[in-house]
Design a protein around this ligand. Structure first.
Ligand code: NAP
Length: 300
């Protein structure tokens, strides 16, 4: 079997298009637009690239984009004062603090300071609890992106056997919760799982989020399985020139594509969905804050 490629780049563009269309309608009827604030502490070059790209795409869908750059030695008090101000600002519907932050700051405490209704990263314990108890939550962007790709690729997920590799708070656990919500039979595997290959072989759906390059091999897969590769690993690519790097996922793509029915590539799979879902979440937060109907297909 040669797998169908699940094109995350194309689907993410479609999601951004849906968001833009809804934002334009709101602007016309209510004369307001959703707003997203991104807070960056310090000068990590990779984080600066992410923040720039988030700002650009936020503007492209017609939303208000605000960036706050704080020095690496900003005090906890000053950072919290900014978050409090954004929490109280009715023109801001989503607040995201770009991680990692310098060691003197606590990511957990920063997330806890953000108003859960504006927690578009879905990391606040209230949102984690709401998701786990099957209630309306802000859902973490990468897991939401995985769910959207699976629904797009397979339609109804009811009754599918899903194996999620990885149990992080950021990816593995929320992906598992979302699949459970869509009535999959879910197994979460991790570094202590026994007979991992057999566990993976039982899956109609495999979501790989282990952070290990090309870890899942094609021979582990059930024929026709749908594979979502969340991993982003940078490896040396001497074939592209000295010192060059390339990205690979947590799945060995070439062998997996021989067995899977459908698979996401890296890059161009889950990655582009993360920012698209951040925009979708900001729109959802706006709709909830303003008692407007939520756009269909953009939430869990
Ligand atoms: P993480 O916090 O490091 O968690 C990795 C998980 O994998 C852990 O639960 C760990 O198990 C499990 N694991 C590690 N080695 C394993 C093994 N040999 N067998 C089975 N399970 C194993 O990573 P993360 O934040 O979830 O991220 C996972 C990957 O997704 C990374 O490559 C990351 O770069 C990528 N990512 C991509 C996006 C995106 O936008 N596409 C967003 C976020 C993350 P234990 O709990 O037992 O240690």
């Amino acid at each position: 079997m040669t797998a169908t490629i699940i094109d995350g780049k194309e689907f993410a563009a479609k999601v951004r298009g849906q968001v833009a269309e809804y934002v334009s309608k709101i602007k016309e009827s209510h004369l307001i637009v959703p707003g997203l604030a991104v807070v960056l502490v310090g000068e990590d070059p990779a984080s600066e690239v992410y923040v720039r790209s988030k700002g650009k795409m936020t503007k492209e869908v017609g939303m208000k984009s605000v960036e706050h750059k704080l020095p690496a030695d900003v005090s906890k008090e000053d950072l919290y004062a900014l978050i409090d101000k954004l929490n109280a600002d009715p023109t801001i519907n989503g607040i995201l603090c770009q991680f990692p932050v310098p060691d003197h700051l606590s990511e957990r405490d920063i997330v806890a300071r953000i108003d859960p209704a504006k927690d578009v990263d879905g990391l606040h314990v209230l949102n984690v609890g709401l998701l786990a108890s099957g209630q309306k939550a802000m859902v973490s962007c990468t897991p939401l992106g995985c769910l959207m790709l699976l629904r797009e690729s397979l339609g109804d997920l009811t009754g599918k056997n899903a194996v999620v590799l990885g149990r992080s708070n950021l990816v593995g656990k929320p992906v598992a919760q979302l699949l459970l919500r869509d009535s999959c039979t879910v197994t979460i595997a991790h570094s202590r799982t026994q007979n991992l290959e057999d566990v993976v072989r039982s899956a109609d759906i495999v979501v790989a989020a282990v952070g290990r390059q090309e870890f899942v091999k094609g021979s582990w897969l059930k024929e026709g399985a749908t594979v979502i590769d969340v991993g982003i690993n940078r490896i040396a690519a001497p074939e592209r020139g000295e010192g060059k790097m390339r990205l690979v996922g947590d799945v060995h793509f070439e062998s997996a594509a021989q067995h899977a029915g459908a698979i996401t590539p890296v890059p161009g799979g889950v990655g582009p969905m993360t920012i698209a879902c951040l925009l979708a979440n900001t729109l959802t937060a706006f709709c909830r804050a303003n008692d407007l109907p939520e756009p269909k297909g953009l939430t869990a």
